[in-house]
Design a protein. Structure first.
Length: 115
């Protein structure tokens, strides 16, 4: 007997198989998502240190944490077009590299505002 959530076989009418990204396993895509989530959570964990070291206000800390959501909202459409044009694997790889470089550059920040 099936549990409370029964699975529907992919061969039944009206049911489509989950699309996959060639060259990417679900494990690597999950790893990328977990890495992104953890990077955003680390920022919240170091808020007290940033507040003390740089003398940031709560509004400035909120801006730091909200910039990711704003950028995702602004870049979703153009990056979706890039994925359609160049392919998902290339687009995801490029986005992961750019995100990693941006994170690396942020590690060298000495203050909240422009230097």
């Amino acid at each position: 007997m099936a549990g409370p959530i029964a699975t529907i076989p992919a061969h039944l009418p009206g049911r489509t198989a989950r699309p996959s990204i060639p060259g990417w396993s679900s494990r690597s895509a999950s790893g990328l998502l977990i890495s992104d989530y953890m990077a955003r959570q680390v920022l919240n964990a170091v808020f007290p240190l940033l507040k003390a070291e740089w003398g940031l206000s709560d509004a400035q800390l909120g801006l730091l944490s909200g910039v990711v959501a704003v950028m995702v909202g602004l870049l979703t459409f153009p990056l979706s077009l890039a994925a359609d044009r160049w392919g998902r694997v290339r687009s995801l790889t490029l986005m992961a590299i750019l995100w990693s470089l941006a994170t690396l550059l942020c590690a060298g920040a000495r203050a909240f505002g422009p230097c």
